[in-house]
Write a protein that binds this ligand. Structure first.
Ligand SMILES: O=C(O)C(=O)C[C@]1(C(=O)O)C=C[C@@H](O)C=C1
Length: 277
């Protein structure tokens, strides 16, 4: 079983990949796009992708990437507490001038730096683990926003602990695969996306009404630009239940009729384990 994650080893995605499937060949990729493409091409069995964070919101490149899939489906989800630390090779935090991390991680610590270290330059790189590699290579004056696991792997000192702006910071990851998971008596969720041909009054209401009438609970609603002219959007909804449940099947087919584009990403078991902070 080959499982792809945003690498290298020590990223938050790596921790998510390990906790999703311990016994697998875990392979680190440079971008979310490469992970999605490798699942589409059958090069790996499962891809682990961060999709939303409780502080920063949607991971846009993953949302956009999932839209382009034809074979890969969402087959699972996982929620991890995300605790960021400021790591480096210096003895004192005052020595740090440049701090690397993944853009999502930087945004999750924005207030910490604004208040405590306004002069530090925050620099984006591929992942929080790549940030550790860079901070290690460059040495004095350079830091990384990353996890304690990564501090151990890359032998960096912890100069600031739990620096994320929200102490309950959590990221939801999804597993994508071409193969369906075996679902037995588990509470499920279904993820869909849709858009409308024309911007007309009540379009979104008509979709939401379908769920309300059947008392189907929604757990997430997002919109992303359709990458056309301003005002054109793709809507993403996560709903409680499996696409094969008769009432959900009926609602989804009604929605398909009133939308111009409609896609089901998959039905998968709801993550239930309690997050550890
Ligand atoms: O940079 C990493 O370590 C990642 O795995 C990426 C990522 C993300 O894109 O959301 C994963 C979890 C955290 O929310 C911050 C960064």
């Amino acid at each position: 079983m080959k499982l792809g994650y945003l690498g290298p080893k020590g990223s938050y995605s790596y921790e998510a990949a390990l906790s999703y499937q311990t016994h697998a060949l875990h392979l680190g990729f440079k971008t979310f796009y490469e992970i999605i493409q490798s699942v589409e091409d059958g090069m790996i069995d499962i891809g682990i992708l961060p999709i939303e964070n409780s502080t920063e919101g949607a991971v846009n490149s993953v949302m956009d990437g999932l839209l382009r899939t034809s074979r890969a489906k969402i087959t699972g989800e996982l929620v991890l507490p995300i605790v960021h630390n400021l790591l480096g090779t210096d003895k004192s935090i005052e020595e740090i001038r440049y701090v690397y991390s993944h853009p999502q991680a930087i945004e999750q610590c924005r207030e910490y730096f604004r208040i405590n270290h306004p002069n530090m330059m925050l620099l984006s790189c591929e992942s929080s683990a790549t940030a550790c590699v860079l901070a290690k290579e460059k040495g004095s004056g350079y830091g990384a926003i990353s996890s304690k696991t990564a501090a151990e792997i890359y032998e960096l000192d912890i100069l600031g602990e739990a620096i994320q702006d929200n102490s309950f910071n959590q990221t939801r990851f999804v597993a994508i695969s071409q193969e369906d998971e075996v679902i037995t008596n588990q509470i499920c969720k279904t993820s869909i996306a849709f858009s409308f041909h024309n911007d007309s009054p009540g379009s979104l209401y008509a979709v939401l009404k379908e769920f309300a009438v059947e008392s189907i609970n929604l757990t997430r609603i997002e919109s992303r630009p359709a990458k056309a002219e301003l005002g054109k959007y793709i809507f993403y909804i996560d709903l409680c239940g499996h696409q094969d449940d008769p009432e959900i099947r009926k609602v989804l087919s009604n929605i398909q009729r009133i939308t111009n584009f409609f896609k089901i990403f998959g039905s998968y078991p709801v993550f239930t384990k309690q997050a550890r902070f």
